[in-house]
Every structure is written in C-alpha cells, then in structure tokens.
Design a protein around this ligand. Sequence first.
Ligand code: SF4
Length: 410
Amino acid sequence: MGLAGSSDRLLKMFERRATRRVDVGGVPVGAGAPISVQSMTTTKTADVDATLEQIYALAAAGAEIVRCTCNELEAAEGLARIVPRSPVPLVADVHFQHRLALAALDAGVACLRLNPGNIRKAEHIKVVASEARDRQVPIRIGVNAGSLDPDIEHKHGLTATALVESAKRELGYFEQVGFEDVKISVKASDVRLMVDAYRLLADVVDFPLHLGVTEAGPPPGGILKATAGIATLLNEGIGDTIRYSLTADPVEEARAGRQLLEALGLRERSTLDLIACPSCGRAEVDVIAVASRAQEVLSELSLPIQVAVMGCVVNGPGEAKGADLGIAAGRKRGHLFVRGQVVKVVPEDEMVDSLLEWAQKIVSEGIEGALAAADHSAEAEAEADRTALIEIQGEDVNHSEQVVEMIRKR
Ligand code: SF4
C-alpha cells in the first residue's frame, strides 16, 4: 500500500525551460523529463570491482547517471567490463586525448563528456562527434572555468561570456558533422559566475543543461555552494540534470542531489526527510541526540516520509503538524503524532524505537491506516502533559515578552 498522505502532495513543478531531449542510456534528459541526479566515481576505472561497487552505492543513494574517468587506455578497458554490469548508464569523462573518447565509445558508454578547453583540435572533435552520431550516443559539452580554451579566455576574460563562447565553438564543430545529440554544462567554482553563465547559455541554446558548481569543496560548505548555484537556476526553470561536485564520498553527492530535488518538489520523495526543531528554553529533551539517533535508525530503512523530532510537547506537534510523523518530548514522555494528531504517548527512552515502529506502520498502511491505529486515550494524556508543562514553565519560558518590552522602551 502506498502513502495515502503523500499522494495528495503532488509534485510542484516549476515552469521549466523548453529544451530538446537527449537519451542517456534510457534516462531521458531535457524536454520536461524528470531532473536526473548524477555523480562521479572516485575509483580507478581500471579497477573494475571497486568501481562497480561504488556505482552500486551511488545508484542506491539516488544517482541515475554515473560518470567515470576515462583517462587512460586501461580505464577504457575497465569501462568495457563495467558497462554490462552497471545498474545505471555510464558517462565517460574525457580530457586531452580524443582517442580515449573513441575507446570509451567502443566500450559501450551511454554518453561522453568532452572538455572543449583541452580537446581543441577541430578534426579530433569532429571525429569523435561523427563516431558518437553513428552510434547515437550523446555528448556533454563540459565547459569548465578552470580549464577554458586559452584564446577564448584571452579574448573574454574569465567571464560568463567566455564559458558560453567555449560551448558555442564546440557546438559549431558538432554542427559541421551533423551531430546534435548534446547537453551542455558551463561550470565554475564561483557561484555567481556559474549562475550568470547558465542564464546566458539558456538564452542562446535549446539543448538540455547539466548543472553544477565545480570543485565546490568538502561538506558542509561545498553543499551550500553547490546548492546556492543549482537551486537558484532550478527555481528559474533552468537545468535538466544535476551533479554536486563535493570533496567527499560521492555517495554524499548523490544524496545531496536527490534531497535538493525533493526539497524543491521537483522529484517525488524517495528518502527520509528528517526535520527537527532547533531547541529552545522549552526543550524537554536533548533534541540533537534524539534527532541524530532517529536519523541513524530511520536512514537505514530509506523510508520515504517526513519525520519531525521536536523538543517540547507544548509547541512541537503544532509546529510540525505538516510532517507525516513526529515526536515531541515532555515530562519524561514522548508524544507521537501523525500529521499533527497525537496517536500515542510513550516513555522518553522509547521515543526513537516508537518512531521507527510508526514509520514502518505509515509506510505499510498509509497515513489513514496509522491514524486509525491511534491510541484513543493519547490525545487526552497529551493535553494533560501540555497543560501541566505550561503551569510549571509558564507561557513565556523563553522570556520573549521581556525582550519585546525592552525593545518597545527604546
Ligand atoms: S518551542 Fe518546543 S518545539 Fe519549538 S523550538 Fe522550542 S523546544 Fe522545540
């Protein structure tokens, strides 16, 4: 049985930029297709077992397309062994040597990424594009501010115009051999530059765009930078596939990409969304400890629901009434609530176990089923706890009104 409550939370799609569509090994990109999540392996591609292990981990974390470096002949050979066993389409990342792009096509990859900044000879580019055309394999023109074609950088400086000009030059070569199966990225580690470049590009081409902030760095700063750039553009309808470039286990990239799309309502929820209050003077429990424990336990099951951990029963259920499931602490007990309705009151040390039990109930029986299983005395018990706490703590435990008075006296 599905999630009764989630079905009515239909995807809120932003108005998307109209583009052509490319097919990356069965994953459509562009023309209104669901925005896909990409990541890249960090293993030596020649190490087939290690690379496949990482590809599987990435796919489990939400990556729908995975890129592997093809930086040497052994890597191309590795791809030949990996492609038939990969659970997701693979993109070969090629720099400098166009022959490695041809070898990757031989290996059967679903897409190539070429860097126009370091494969610059027109005849080389056209040979690769012709081969890709004949095999019906798309190419991403992967412009990177850190490796721009020197003459373009000399002419335009390190600007959005330079990034877009690099992509247009490559497109020109492709057109000469009748190849149009293209998606484009214009990445920079400078978020402002990246956003400007994609906006400019979106105005002049109708190819699907692959978004990313390159070399964003380790989390959490890297996630913030990447999100700032990618989310800004997605909210403008720009972007058809995304990659977080983090200095971390790439599984984190895939998770971050997936979570961003779900947070923006651009993809259905497929993973846990744990929210927790920041805690305040009313907190009746160590919110950070309970939230961390809940995250750990629930994440293992990859349940596609929103769960709230709230520090007090006075405000918690109300503040998080939109969550599928939540728990709030008070008087050494936990109030479990489903969509804001208290369904059970449990001892404080059973809070996380109870969350797990009810999360599974919601997934198997839906929101309505969970509400139907509510303990009938729970609401009354909860109300008694709330009332008692307000009596003990007062209405204004955070002393907010004193501060308001102070402000008014100025
Ligand atoms: S009022 Fe309660 S739920 Fe809200 S932040 Fe404070 S402790 Fe958390």
